[in-house]
Structures are given as C-alpha cells and as structure tokens.
Design a protein around this ligand. Structure first.
Ligand SMILES: Cc1cc2nc3c(=O)[nH]c(=O)nc-3n(C[C@H](O)[C@H](O)[C@H](O)COP(=O)(O)O)c2cc1C
Length: 318
C-alpha cells in the first residue's frame, strides 16, 4: 500500500511530521501544507520553518504551493529544488473564501482558460516535476469532465483528486463517479477523501488495488492507521500517550505556551476518536488553559481504547 499524509494547515506541521514518522511511520509521503509565495520573492520565517530540510530530516516530504502567478510558482519551485526537493505540488483544491477570491486554490477551477494558461507557463519551465491536488469543480461536479481534459494535457506527475466541489468543502459524500472518470482516463492518480478507518481504506483498495491513498483526518485521528494498513499493530494507549507527550515537548521547544496549547488542543480533538466515550474529556480539553491542560489531557488517556478507531466528523460538531 502507498499511504500519503494529506497536508493540513495548522495540524501537519514539521513537528508533527517528525514525531509521527519516528513513532508510527506507515506513511510513504508527507505533504507539507501550502505555502503562498509572496511578490517579494522571499519565503517567510513561517514558510522556512515548514520546508527547511533540517526540520524534516529523514521524513519523505512533498512541498505544496498555493498561487496562480506562474512567475512566483517558478521562483518558488526553483528555491525548493535548491533545498533538495524532487517534486512540487500545486494546490487547486483549497476552498477557503479568502483564497478562492484571489483565484487561488479551487478558485482556479472557476476559470478554466486561466488555469490552462497558468499550467502552460509552469509546465514549460518548472525545474521540478509538478503534481497537482485538486477538487472536481467549483460549483458543480458537472464541471469535472472539462477540467479533467485540461489536466490531461500536461505531464502531471500525479493528480490527487479530492472528489468534491469547492462548494461542498469537506462535508457529505464524495463524487465517486468523477474519480472513476479520471481512473478510466489512465492518469497517474492519488485518491483523497473520507478514508477515516482501516475499513474505508480496505474498500478503496478493493475497488482500485494499487491506488495510492492520501489520508488526512483519518490519520490524525488514528496515527497508527498507516502502520495498520501495512499489516502492523493498532496503537496502544501507552503509544498514544507517548505520541502526545513527544508532540507537546517538541512544540514547546519551538513555540510559546499559548501556541503549544492551541496545537495540542487541535490534535486532541482528532485523537479523541481513539477512545471510548471521550465527550467529557474532550470538553475539559476544549475549555482548558495552558496551566490545567495536562490534567484535562490525562482524562482522555485514562479512557478505554475504541475497538476500531476512526475519525468521527461529529467530534467537531460537539
Ligand atoms: C484543517 C485542514 C487544513 C487543510 N490544509 C490543507 C492544505 O494546506 N493543503 C491542501 O491541499 N489541503 C488541505 N486540506 C485538505 C486535506 O488535505 C484533505 O484534502 C481533506 O482533509 C480531505 O481528506 P480527508 O477526508 O482524508 O481528511 C486541509 C484540510 C483541513 C481539515
């Protein structure tokens, strides 16, 4: 199986990548959440923290760019090549309103001719192979055949498809027929979306035996998922506790207490899916401050483990 960790801004940062790779593994590639190259043609401190090779030592990473300015894309791709990366991923999927308003992310899908001109320019001169992570339309899945026809005209290293439109954000079902259309076209694909449990991944594998799977929320909720898919053991309670402590210690080396607390709360929202009846503990974590957070976290780790841990969208609605 070929398992990729989806980029998740604010969650899958360099600290997470290092700790996850060291303690659980089972992930072939880690995608770095998007960076948006600025017109000044310098990476910010935040960008550098994400992409600096020393912060990702030993972790197989693919950086991602969010821009629709070909000159900036090419500048950034050259910087990434100079840093030693061997692929750059283009984001045409981000649904955020502030992003799409500038024609970036899935905003690019609203303007197929503009997208084509942009792809013409970057594929003509990119110093690195370009892979793309996309949605299947902006407003409606009916846009997909025309968009797919555009992507087919370029030597895309891999096309990761999240089969939802921009307007569907991350909710509801996925458009399996749209993914199938791309599979029928014979492009090198990666599947992404709603792979929340080992069972979901097994079902995808039955349908598409060699398809690489990019997993986001499912892998943050169950950090052992990749290992399990490779035939390894599920996470023990002790491992999860150790993972938590390692994340917290490494965040504390790099960030102030408030930021550490914010990052840990976010991770714990997902990790709570590994435990039975986590509602009360999660509430304590949500209401915690940096001072009483450890006691709230301990409440979660005292709970029995869920038999089949899986990301539960309802956790975020509670
Ligand atoms: C909090 C959050 C941050 C995300 N950040 C990025 C990002 O930086 N780049 C990107 O291509 N997708 C991003 N995504 C989308 C995920 O990579 C992925 O496509 C989405 O979560 C669906 O996959 P899943 O069902 O396996 O979680 C983000 C999603 C979430 C929930």
């Amino acid at each position: 199986m070929d398992i990729r960790l989806a980029p998740m801004e604010g969650v899958t940062d360099a600290v997470h990548r290092r700790v996850h790779h060291r303690l659980f593994g089972g992930v072939e590639k880690y995608y770095i959440p998007f960076i948006t190259p600025s017109h000044h043609q310098v990476f910010t401190t935040r960008d550098m923290r994400a992409i600096a090779p020393e912060n990702n030592a030993g972790v197989p990473c693919i950086p991602q760019l969010l821009t629709r300015d070909a000159e900036l894309f090419l500048w950034a791709a050259q910087q990434l090549a100079d840093l030693g990366y061997d692929e750059v991923n283009l984001n045409t999927g981000c649904p955020s309103g502030t992003v799409t308003a500038k024609g970036r992310g899935s905003g690019a899908l609203r303007d197929p001719e503009g997208l084509r001109a942009f792809l013409d320019a970057i594929f003509a001169a990119s110093p690195l192979p370009v892979s793309i992570k996309t949605r299947i339309g902006f407003y409606d899945a009916a846009e997909w055949p025309a968009l797919l026809a555009i992507f087919r005209d370029y030597p895309v290293k891999e096309l990761t498809i999240h089969p939802r439109t921009r307007n569907e954000f991350y909710k509801g079902g996925v458009h399996e027929d749209c993914f199938q259309l791309a599979a029928d076209a014979g492009l090198p694909l990666v599947y992404n979306g709603n792979l929340f449990s080992a069972e979901d991944c097994g079902a995808l594998q039955t349908r598409y035996p060699d398809m690489p799977m990019m997993i986001g929320r499912g892998l943050i909720a169950n950090p052992a998922l990749g290992r399990q898919l490779h035939g390894g053991a599920p996470a023990t309670g002790e491992e999860l506790r150790h993972y938590h402590d390692a994340l917290m210690a490494e965040y504390a080396r790099e960030y102030p207490a408030d930021t550490v607390h914010g990052r840990m709360r976010e991770h714990m929202k997902y990790l709570s899916c590994c435990f039975e009846d986590s509602r009360k503990a999660l509430k304590a974590i949500r209401k915690s401050n940096p001072g009483n957070y450890p006691a709230a976290a301990a409440m979660l780790f005292a709970l029995p483990l869920a038999e089949c841990p899986a990301y539960d969208p309802d956790v975020f609605a509670k």
